[in-house]
Design a protein around this ligand. Structure first.
Ligand code: ADP
Ligand code: MG
Length: 690
């Protein structure tokens, strides 16, 4: 029997479509090793299937794992399920996301990100602690879920009789999963969606935010009760739209329409604010929820009757040809448009306002969303696969549901080769194995290992932890964030000019000196929550690396340790090298493909020499395209440190890993001929750096 909590929302859970098929679900899982379950978003797949299987006894011999592509969803649904089962979060029901584990010995139902489950393969390739693995939200086709699909397929091929695999999908892509898993049964849970009327715009809006705000106001002033769900692409847009809405609703004549509560919903929202969207609106009050794509399938907000869909989404896209990331606003797919519309018909017939024309829907929206594996950098995933020792296959032939392009696999191999994670023949090195264990991007892991060897691990751990924070600085009202930061941290002259990594280190050290003080953060425009997170990440990374923390000590820029640290950063990011152009104040990136780039304006100001020039050589974390190419998170390094990487780069053209044209690669001799005088003798300012 389903446990029903005392709350109204829990009572609702008992009427969810999934719970009506309790017996069938238990049956089909019992009889099959792999099952695909397709059900509308909001039908109870995420919160109910785990409970149903738990009550049917599936957890007697192992834990039920439910993967989520998004961290926020893992936390939110674990909370929800714990409250439905009336247990404390972290006991019978828990969650595990990167750097945060809320599970215990008692845990029987464990929500975790797909990345976390992938990591668990490293310590137990057969995932013995689990009785059931539910790959949830598989239709989202996140990179990690796609890799998991391939690994789980191998696992069930090897016959692991006690492990059951359930794949859930909100779209008909479920059929594709079944074909991938040897034609396993597909169970379709009929949804109880009410009809949703689709209204198209007659013309393309000039500005979709304005048009969305306008549409929301029209609904609010002219239509009957029911909450509005408005999709936008990111936090900034959401904040802007909310400001506009609040302004205009304030101007409405009092009593002319019902009250409105306007709520944001996005991944970087503080958890306390996130849960507000699950509280039903008070009587005679309309909620307007302005959300990112997170509300498309991951989180279900009840009470929505009107959906406003501008037809766009923000997407990370990585091009292996250029090595560049861009965060671009792209058109959603038709499948996504259908999902969004469906959010309006959960409680009663609803309406979906598409802010684009029907012709655009028919002719311009792609039919399905491109899976992440085809638009991400694969270095981390490839290193992971290599470290699993899948002896019988190589990563180029791994069984992918939709294979990534050969060029993106090659790009990943090249990147790993340069940072010593794999050898020329593609086999994983000892260093590569150690890197794979760390829950970080390969370059950051490499940096830590280099720092460990050079005796500056403590500092490198701080940098890795600080870089793991999503947003560190409070928005500054007037000046640009970087300007403000420079002002705030004037008191840190020791590292100024060496770049972002060193500045992050010094911010943390300053905070530490101030006794991890919240006031200090406020004063310096730094988010306390992010700093606490960095502290926790640092603690965990120290633990994984078995580093006994003996406290922090600050270093002067001329301290040899500071030099060693920058050298370690250089080793880690040697696949992200850039050399200053002689003629103008930009940089040229080195690699299979070179680019002329600028340092991103968000960077802290870099040291310039007497001629007003930036450092000769830098490494960077990211190459991003925001209108034009920028490098972000930059560290000044020395030319001589780059030689091993340049050497490897020149080798690439002749190795199997390559595929890159030698003409686009700087050969070592060429590099030395051109660069040598530029590297040494050092300019006066650079001498200072040493
Ligand atoms: P699905 O996975 O099929 O999309 P879910 O299991 O996520 O469906 O949601 C089922 C129901 O549980 C929905 O009505 C949803 O509103 C509710 N629900 C899910 N998470 C929460 C939460 N954190 N708080 C309150 N209600 C929730
Ligand atoms: Mg779900």
């Amino acid at each position: 029997m389903q446990t029903c909590g005392g709350q109204a929302s829990s009572a609702l859970a008992c009427e969810l479509p999934v719970t009506r098929y309790e017996k069938e679900i238990v049956d089909v899982v019992k009889k099959n090793d792999v099952v695909v379950i397709i059900g509308e978003t909001g039908s109870g797949k995420t919160t109910q299937i785990s409970q149903i299987l738990h009550h049917a006894g599936s957890t007697e011999f192992g834990v039920i794992a439910i993967t989520q592509p998004r961290r926020v969803a893992a936390v939110s649904v674990a909370r929800r399920v714990a409250s439905e089962m009336k247990v404390c979060l972290g006991e019978e029901v828990g969650y595990s996301i990167r750097f945060e584990d809320r599970t215990s010995e008692k845990t029987r139902i464990k929500y975790l990100t797909d990345g976390c489950l992938l990591r668990e393969f490293l310590s137990d390739a057969e995932l013995k602690q689990y009785s059931v693995i539910i790959l949830d939200e598989a239709h989202e086709r996140s990179l990690n879920t796609d890799i998991l699909l391939g690994l789980l397929k191998r696992l069930c091929g090897r016959k692991s009789p006690d492990l059951k695999i359930v794949i859930t999908s909100a779209t008909l892509e479920g059929e594709k999963f079944s074909t991938f898993f040897f034609g396993c049964p597909v169970m379709k849970i009929p949804g109880k969606l009410f009809p949703v009327e689709i209204l198209y715009s007659t013309q393309e809006p000039v500005n979709y935010i304005e048009s969305a705000v306008q549409t929301a106001l029209e609904i609010h002033t002219q239509k009957g009760p029911g909450d509005i769900l408005l999709f936008l692409t990111g936090k900034e847009e959401i904040e802007k739209a909310i400001m506009k809405l609040e302004d205009r609703i304030r101007q409405l004549e009092e009593g002319s329409c019902m009250d409105a509560i306007i709520l944001p919903l996005h991944a970087s929202l503080e958890p306390e604010l996130q849960v507000r969207v699950f509280t039903p609106s008070p009587p005679s009050c309309r909620r307007i929820i302005v959300a990112t794509n997170i509300a498309e399938t991951s989180l279900t907000v009840d009470g929505v009757v009107f959906v406003i869909d501008p037809g766009v989404v923000k997407q990370h896209q990585y091009s292996p040809m250029t090595g560049m990331y861009s965060l671009v606003v792209v058109k959603i797919s038709r499948v996504q448009a259908t999902q969004r519309a469906g959010r309006a018909g959960r409680t009663r017939p609803g309406k979906c306002y598409r802010l684009y024309t029907e012709a655009v829907f028919e002719n311009e929206l792609p039919p399905v969303t491109m899976p992440e594996i085809q638009r991400s950098s694969l270095a981390g995933a490839v290193l992971h696969l290599k470290s699993l020792d899948l002896k019988d296959i190589n990563v180029l032939e791994f069984e992918y549901l939709d294979p990534p392009s050969r060029s993106s696999l090659e790009d990943a191999l090249q990147k790993l080769f340069i940072i010593d994670a794999i050898q020329e023949d593609g086999s994983i090195t000892h260093l590569g194995r150690r890197m794979a264990v760390l829950p970080l991007e390969p370059s950051l892991s490499r940096m830590l290992l280099a720092a460990e060897e050079a005796g500056c691990l403590s500092e490198a751990l701080t940098i890795a932890a600080m870089l793991s924070c999503e947003s560190l600085f409070l928005p500054s009202p007037k000046k640009s964030a970087s300007h403000k930061r420079d002002l705030e941290f004037k008191s840190l002259p020791d590292g100024m000019g060496l770049g972002d990594h060193i500045q992050l280190l010094q911010i943390y050290e300053k905070w530490h000196e101030d006794g991890y003080n919240a006031e200090w953060c406020k004063e310096h425009g730094v988010k306390i929550r992010s700093m606490m997170f960095a502290r926790e990440v640092r603690r965990q990374l120290s633990q994984i690396m078995k580093w006994e923390d003996k406290g922090l000590s600050r270093y002067r820029r001329k301290d040899p340790k500071m030099l060693a640290l920058r050298k370690a950063i250089c080793t880690g990011f040697s696949n992200h090298l850039a050399h200053r152009m002689q003629q103008h104040n930009g940089f040229r990136t080195l690699g299979a493909k070179t680019h002329l780039v600028q340092i991103h304006p968000s960077a802290c100001s870099m040291e310039v020499d007497d001629d007003g020039l930036l450092p000769e050589w830098v490494v960077y974390n990211e190459l991003v395209n925001v209108g034009r190419p920028f490098i972000r998170n930059v560290c000044a390094v020395k030319g001589s440190w780059c030689q091993p990487a340049l050497m490897k780069l020149s080798k690439l053209s002749v190795t199997k890993l390559g595929g890159a044209q030698s003409s686009t690669l700087p050969s070592v001799e060429k590099e030395q001929k051109v660069e040598k005088p530029a590297i040494e003798p050092l300019s006066a300012t650079q001498k200072d750096l040493v």
